[in-house]
Design a protein around this ligand. Sequence first.
Ligand code: ZN
Length: 308
Amino acid sequence: MSVLDALPGGITGIDTYMGGVSEITAGFLLGGERPALVETGPAKVADAVAREVTAAGLDPADLAWIVVTHIHLDHAGGVGDLVRRFPNATVVVHPAGARHLVDPERLLASSARVYGPLMDTVYGGLTPVEADRVRAADDGETLDLGGRRLELLYAPGHAKHHLAVFEPDLGVLFAGDGVGVLLPPNGVLRPATPPPDFDRDLAVASLHRFAERDPAHLVLTHFGPIGPADERLAEAEAKLLRWCETAERAAEEQGPELDHIEAALRERFEREEGHESGDPDRFELLNSYRSNAAGLLRWIQQRQTRAD
Ligand SMILES: [Zn+2]
């Protein structure tokens, strides 16, 4: 029994077992005459994800779309391997991310800085995708899956190149990392504020945009459907604001340094997140206090630079 079993009709959740760990990073297969895979997981598990897609009964020639909510490697790293397995699939991505899938050198260099040793053990790289297989999504564009539509919504904040995917008939919103991370069985929603381009105001505006769609099902890449959607979106906003506030206060009172911000976040949120009974290791792999602190620090510094 997986939380992914709760996904509504015709949507198959795929546990990518990123880093060999269950229930941290998902992909989603949406049926139709022209089926779509939303999120690939990292390159390291691309073979397993491809097997899951075909195990769902799909002929590899039939997959029409591979949509990634953004180009961070836990969401898009497998894209170059998967386009080889699924020869007719077009990759759909935010325009600010498109060129990085074709020429991933800079993305890989910055990922290596963020992920450190996990880059090799958990993520793997990103095999370049031929330019003619990549389609840059327009904001509000609809993808036709044949019997199903997907609306693509720009949703920056977590990253500049972030979009959400909305299935209007079932009311399913695939939020990528735009709402945060909630790993079963812990049940605690944590903001995802990594470097290099986390931006609070954009992130809040994206949450409002999600709420306007009034989704019946809110689905996180990390990990699966959570509800009730309206309450979770309000919770995500309130939490995000408190994380930002905590980081700003630490930077102001103790100086704008990573260690101070990380310590302040831990002090304020560790107990409330229930890590005594939860599992910090899985969060560490994916959405650590330190990487969130680094993103918040950079946001604070960039705002300062703009103000000067
Ligand atoms: Zn992610």
